[in-house]
Design a binder for this molecule. Structure first.
Ligand code: VG1
Ligand code: CO
Length: 554
């Protein structure tokens, strides 16, 4: 092939965050910017002879990005690319394809739940052969390469038609364009009891279902599952046409951004509603009058795992990210299985799964999943809940989401949990706040101090920075959040986001555990009121950030 070497200069800030490089589209559109990053990936992973999977959530700039990747891959000795039709793969589907077809890795084009379109975000993420996000030693290497890059290689040629399923080639590089949905649907069918779910949904205690794709990538996947496979009416899916700008929305499944789902569920009093994010790895479970926090969701799924065929051999282990509430910890204890607390970001679960020590895990950020792949999986979680409801209704017809939650609280206690996000604040102000907390942690001056609040006193028992040592490979990840523990077991965590595309985002996570049944039906905001007051006071967050209110509360 006719390899062309293009000289280039490094761009600042091409550092992959919690889940790849995410920036405004306009940044990616700068001359050589995207090419630099793709070449830096290749310079790091040495892809000669590789088979790589390429695809993403279909957001604006995906198609030109795929063409650039094809041209650069051909020049870097890649053997074969497996590309989703029209450049589409949900993140979980891409993870599955990498594993199923034993690819060496994949390049995922997504900025997840961030808005899309010419004035919004784009993203590129490298996944390794286990199907999961590249670990830090690889992303660090990629970043180093971006800082010294002086040239990239490509082969010039006609654009590849991404709309035609089948095999083709580009300058000696084999290309398979495949149906992005088929393998994923087969995967879910091999995991869950679709027969049971179907007979439940069509039977006497069947519940109305509404899935909202928020115009993200899950639309076609959801239609295949709910309409084509489970035989539900067309009205069981909404906003399921994938759009490059997500219809101008913010495709993030939470109570703030998934208002289209919330409104429809409330209006129609729909017992089972769910939504997913732009790239399909997040989920929200929300039925009429029943919102499931992600921290509870993963705990419930773990507790009910025995009704899901995939887990019939038992659970290998359970895990959550550090800021996620401890609800799943109690399940692990009761089931006597290994339990892990890892830093934020799905990449940390992969090693544990590969070592056969982890089955189900989740994050408070609407991420839930298992070792069937190496990414979190929105539709997996939704179908898991349907499987659980179907099984629960066999024992007790009429069981709904809320009954499952209340039974769970009764058995294990309830963890009130909430996250406050202060988005796009000044980086400088955020770092000053972090430094002040660091200082207080270092000199331990907060320990034993008692803070008064509207709902009682909170005495600081522990203050520390969360560092993680991977139990499998011994790698260490430092500074993964600042933690305050109180005498009553409550917890407050401060963390800077690693996915923002502009400025800094401060996250405040608050958690309070109770076994008092009179609090099981209480509103989360009410249950956490005092603790939030105290967290704000200790951190002087408002003073540092100049923000009176968070941008989003989840
Ligand atoms: C956020 C979430 C984290 C999640 C990550 C990627 O990261 O907090 O739990 O794994 O997004 O999710 P951060 O660093 O901004 O807190 V996704 O659906 O955006 O790939
Ligand atoms: Co996502």
């Amino acid at each position: 092939a006719n390899v062309k070497v293009v000289s280039t200069k490094p761009y600042e800030g091409q550092k992959p965050g919690t889940s790849g490089l995410r920036k405004r589209v306009k940044i990616f559109q700068q001359e050589h910017y995207t090419e630099n990053f793709v070449q830096a990936i290749f310079d790091s992973v040495k892809p000669e002879g590789f088979t790589l999977v390429v695809g993403g959530d279909g957001r604006f700039f995906s198609k030109p990005a795929v063409q650039k990747i094809i041209a650069i891959a051909a020049a870097n000795g890649v053997k074969k690319l497996i590309i989703g039709k029209d450049g589409i793969f949900s993140t979980p589907a891409a993870s599955n394809i990498i594993r199923k077809y034993k690819a060496n890795g994949g390049i995922l084009l997504t900025a997840s739940h961030n808005p899309g379109g010419p004035d919004n975000d784009f993203g590129i993420k490298y996944n390794v052969s286990n199907g999961g996000p590249a670990p830090e030693n690889i992303t660090d290497k990629i970043y180093e390469k971006t800082k010294s890059i002086s040239e990239y290689k490509l082969v010039e040629g006609p654009e590849v038609d991404l709309s035609k399923i089948g095999s083709t080639e580009f300058a000696g590089l084999a290309i398979d364009i495949i149906d992005p949905v088929k393998d994923y649907l087969e995967l879910l069918e091999s995991i869950f009891d679709f027969g049971l779910i179907k007979s439940f949904l069509h039977g006497p205690s069947g519940q109305k279902v509404l899935f909202d794709g928020l115009h993200g990538v899950t639309g076609p996947y959801a239609r295949a599952i709910f309409v084509d496979t489970l035989g539900l009416p067309e009205s069981s899916v909404q906003n399921c046409v994938a759009l490059p700008d997500f219809g101008g929305g913010h495709p993030d499944p939470n109570l703030t951004y998934a208002h289209s789902l919330v409104e429809a569920v409330e209006k129609g009093q729909i017992p089972f509603g769910a939504a997913s994010d732009g790239d399909g790895d997040r989920n929200m479970i929300y039925g009429a009058g029943a919102f499931v926090t992600p921290s509870d969701s993963v705990a419930v799924i773990a507790d009910w795992a025995h009704v899901i065929p995939y887990f019939k051999g038992g659970l290998k282990g359970l895990a959550r990210s550090m800021p996620t509430s401890g609800a799943i910890d109690y399940v692990a204890k009761a089931k006597n299985v290994e339990f892990f607390e890892v830093p934020t970001g799905w990449k940390f679960f992969g090693n544990l799964m590969d070592a056969g020590r982890l089955s189900i895990c989740g994050e408070e950020s609407f991420g839930t999943g298992s070792d069937h792949i190496r990414e979190k999986d929105g539709l997996w979680a939704v179908v898991a809940w349907l499987n659980i409801l179907a099984a629960a209704n066999q024992d007790k017809p009429g069981t709904g989401i809320k009954d499952i939650l209340l039974a769970h609280y009764k058995k294990y206690g309830r963890s009130f949990f909430s996250r406050y996000d202060y988005e796009e604040v000044s980086s400088d102000a955020a770092h000053k706040m972090v430094s002040a907390l660091d200082a207080a942690i270092k000199d331990q001056s907060l320990i034993n101090q008692t803070f008064d609040s509207a709902t009682g006193e909170f005495a600081v028992a522990q203050a520390f920075v969360f560092d993680y040592t991977d139990p499998i490979d011994g790698s260490v990840s430092r500074n993964q959040g600042q933690v305050l523990r109180f005498a009553d077991g409550s917890r407050v965590v401060f963390r800077l986001s690693g996915t923002g595309s502009q400025g800094a985002t401060v996250r405040l996570y608050v958690e309070r555990y109770t076994t008092d049944p009179s609090q099981f039906e209480k509103d989360t905001a009410e249950g956490l009121k005092g603790l939030i007051e105290v967290a704000l006071r200790i951190s002087k967050l408002k003073e540092f950030l100049g923000r009176d209110k968070p941008t989003v509360i989840t």
